[in-house]
Ligand binder design. Structure first.
Ligand code: GLN
Length: 492
């Protein structure tokens, strides 16, 4: 990249920042310039690429805030494993992308730095301001990451997906959003929302770039106890090879579950799914209905799990050892009121609400009713998915390497990502005032693969007659990430 091209790029980043509020911080121009120039002539896999990192993933060059006032001054002394891998492989970070505070949200409305706007709906890209009629939400919680990719400020971005936060913003912003199997990509240095669900995901405008980044990040990491070890990775690869051999003779089978077509899906989205299914059928794929009866109860299971884990994770931000602190200088405060003041001033409303519910769920009276029940639903859901997929589940089958591949079952499941395309900011706020639950409606499509750790991708899909794309979700068996990407390529 020439000096001029770099400066033009920096200009575009600053212009976009003013208009859409995509970043919480951006790399200083000189650092960016020097890093790009110093990488220019090598042949590492990601040389020449620029990326954005969600601001809940630590970098040692800038603050990591999780979009929360409680962490507004937090500066990590180390890079997350994913950041090390990207930089070692030649990518240059342009900035830390906005999100819903600690990943809690679906529209990027809960950030202490304000709302990110969706660049895809901007009809006058070069103008300085965005008219109200063009203000659409980018989705969340990785809305800044999706917006940065959609506005072509970088080649790819990292987000985190706990219950859909990579896939939903990808669909709203017209880009690919890939959530790999839980444990494939290291979480070391990702500030947790809900550890048993948090998964680093990749947003990009093409599958070629998605794959390149995935290949770099798909590694075991001893620093992350939930990272899949090499032995299991190699068993999975062997099984995928066996599966590919079966596929020579058997057609790929796609499952569609009516349980995914929850109330509230607009006719647009249903028609889009129907079009995709008939296109796949015409191309020779077998389409079969599948039953996942526990899908409707996955929402309470998700919220019981995620809120409880969040309550435990976020308790560390008390303003003594970690997080925002506002101590009275006259020494008049007792410890308890000092801590609660820090938390009330540091956390936003959505986070406070979730912590309250999470702590309630963890209380001794409620633990059995809520938290344990949520675990049971999670197991049930995993068994239901296992009974549908051809490939056995490496986490639950004992002799996984020799386990039978059930040729009558399905390779992938397809489902919508959301009930509608990206909402207008104004409509979203009006609706939320009347019906606060509406903000959670899309989670129904997204959380089943989060609760079960399954690889899922959002593929931008243009149905005829619609100016803007929506997302098609492809879900595969645990560990079957490469084939999910292969299939996305065939469909996209
Ligand atoms: N909408 C979900 C939530 O608010 C998704 C969160 C996520 O994936 N980080 O919990």
């Amino acid at each position: 990249m020439s000096e001029d091209a770099i400066l033009a790029k920096v200009d575009r980043i600053h212009h976009a920042q003013k208009k859409y509020n995509i970043f919480i911080s951006t790399r200083p121009v000189n650092d960016l310039r020097n890093q790009i120039l110093s990488n220019i002539d090598d042949d590492r896999p990601l040389t020449g690429t620029l990326c954005a990192i969600k601001d809940n993933i630590v970098t040692k060059n800038e603050a990591t805030t999780c979009a929360s006032a409680i962490l507004k001054d937090y500066q990590a002394s180390f890079n997350a494993t994913v950041v090390e891998l990207l930089e070692n492989n030649g990518s240059v970070i342009i900035g830390k992308a906005n999100l819903d505070e600690f990943g809690m949200g679906a529209n990027n409305t809960h950030s202490f730095t304000g709302q990110t706007l969706n660049p895809m709906y901007d009809d006058e890209k070069s103008s300085e301001t965005l008219l109200d009629k063009h203000k659409y939400v980018p989705g969340g919680s990785s809305g800044g990451s999706a917006a940065a990719v959609s506005a072509e400020l970088c080649d790819f971005a990292l987000g985190s997906d706990t219950g859909g936060s990579v896939r939903l913003p990808a669909a709203y912003c017209g880009v690919y959003g890939f959530k790999p199997s839980y444990g494939r990509i290291s979480r070391y240095g990702v500030l947790p929302y809900a550890d048993s669900l948090d998964t680093v995901g990749i947003l990009a405008r093409s599958l070629r770039v998605t794959r390149k980044v995935y290949d770099v990040l798909n590694q075991s990491d001893v620093k992350d106890p939930s990272s899949i070890c090499d032995e299991v990775r190699s068993k999975i690869s062997k099984t995928v090879t066996r599966l590919a051999r079966v596929e020579d003779t058997e057609k790929i089978t796609i499952g569609i579950s009516k349980d995914y077509l929850a109330k509230g899906v607009t006719p647009d989205i249903l028609v889009t799914l129907e079009l995709i299914a008939s296109k796949l059928f015409e191309s020779g794929y077998t389409i079969v209905p599948v039953d996942i009866p526990s899908l409707p109860i996955s929402i309470p299971a998700y919220f019981a799990t995620a809120y409880s884990e969040a309550a435990s994770n976020l308790s560390r931000y008390e303003g003594v050892e970690r997080g925002y602190s506002n101590i009275a200088t006259d020494g008049s405060e007792d410890y308890k009121s000092f801590i609660s003041k820090n938390k009330l001033q540091g956390f936003g409303n959505e986070v406070q609400k979730r912590l309250l519910i999470g702590n309630y769920n963890l209380s001794s009276e409620k633990f059995r009713d809520n938290s344990r029940k949520a675990q049971a639903i999670r197991d049930r859901l995993r068994n239901e998915f296992n009974s549908i997929f051809k490939m056995p589940n490496a986490l639950t089958v004992t002799d996984f390497e020799n386990a039978e591949i059930d040729a009558m079952s399905v390779d992938f499941i397809i489902a919508p990502i959301s009930t509608t395309k990206a909402p207008k900011l104004e409509d979203l706020n009006n609706k939320r005032n009347v019906d606060p639950i509406s903000a959670y409606v899309n989670d129904a499509f997204l959380i089943p693969s989060s609760l079960t750790g399954l690889p899922s991708i959002s593929v931008p899909w243009h149905s005829s007659g619609s100016e803007y794309p929506t997302g098609l979700q492809i879900i595969g068996q645990y560990g079957d990430d490469q084939r999910v990407l292969d299939f996305a390529e065939k469909v996209g």
